[in-house]
Ligand binder design. Sequence first.
Ligand SMILES: [Zn+2]
Length: 307
Amino acid sequence: MANMSAPLAAAVKQSLLTLGRYSRVLERMTFPGVAVLCYHGVRDNTLAKRTIPLQDLHIRTSTFMSHCRLIRDTCHPISLDDLRAALEGRARLPDRPVLITFDDGYRSVFRYAAPILAALNLPATIFVCSGPLADRRLLWFDEVAARESDVAVERWKAVDYYTWRASCAQTSPVAEDDPRALMSVDELHALGQIAGIEIGGHTVWHPILARASRDTQRDEIADNLLALAEWTGRPIRSFAYPNGRPGKDYNADTMETLAECGVDLAFTTGEQFATVTTAVLEVPRFVIRANTSDAELAHRLAYSWKR
Ligand SMILES: [Zn+2]
């Protein structure tokens, strides 16, 4: 479909899905590893286009529901504990393992995604930033995107930690009904009690860890894990690197610090399947954006994701 226009390719994929083509292909398929999906927010179906900056990180609830049905019906949803067992050689992975993850800790995940996950019996892991959550403030990139631009967000990611922190980390209070609000401590606690849901770390302030000294990285990681453990009543053993690009957004200091803090699985945005030989502190994920339809997800699972 490489030569087709985007709308035509989307229409073709939608009809292939409707005709059951993707299901039939997937049913016979063995993935090269785990497809770990990285979502962010889930938005109300009625939220108009371009209401919030970076809206393509917030998938419509109806789209998320269709993704979950596709995963349940054509793949094998697994939990982080299933992945741990496979990486440690204690269990085999199913043929088409899919692991659902969310980054940042948006309230919308609690409000819209958790009921769908529970209804369809799908495990998931949610990586949470503790600073803006506790302070009831915007995440820094949501604030900078609104105040400056999406391009400015990318510029700030390249700046050293201390300059960034002085200019970006102290954000505005967020209204509780804002789609960019993070969940409350009570909501996080409730989410952490649901069977199949694991809460993981994502730093206190969502910095680019590679721009910080080892000591500062340790503060961002250890304080985050401690707060989440206190709020959920459980030890926190997994982590997702903010921004997550291997070789760019974190470094050897980050991985050593995670290991010292008891983290046994850490996730990147490395955009490939996670195999049983994957390094446990660099597990790749596929980032899912709001315009990814169920047909597009099926197409990627069946064909287009590199294998
Ligand atoms: Zn994040």
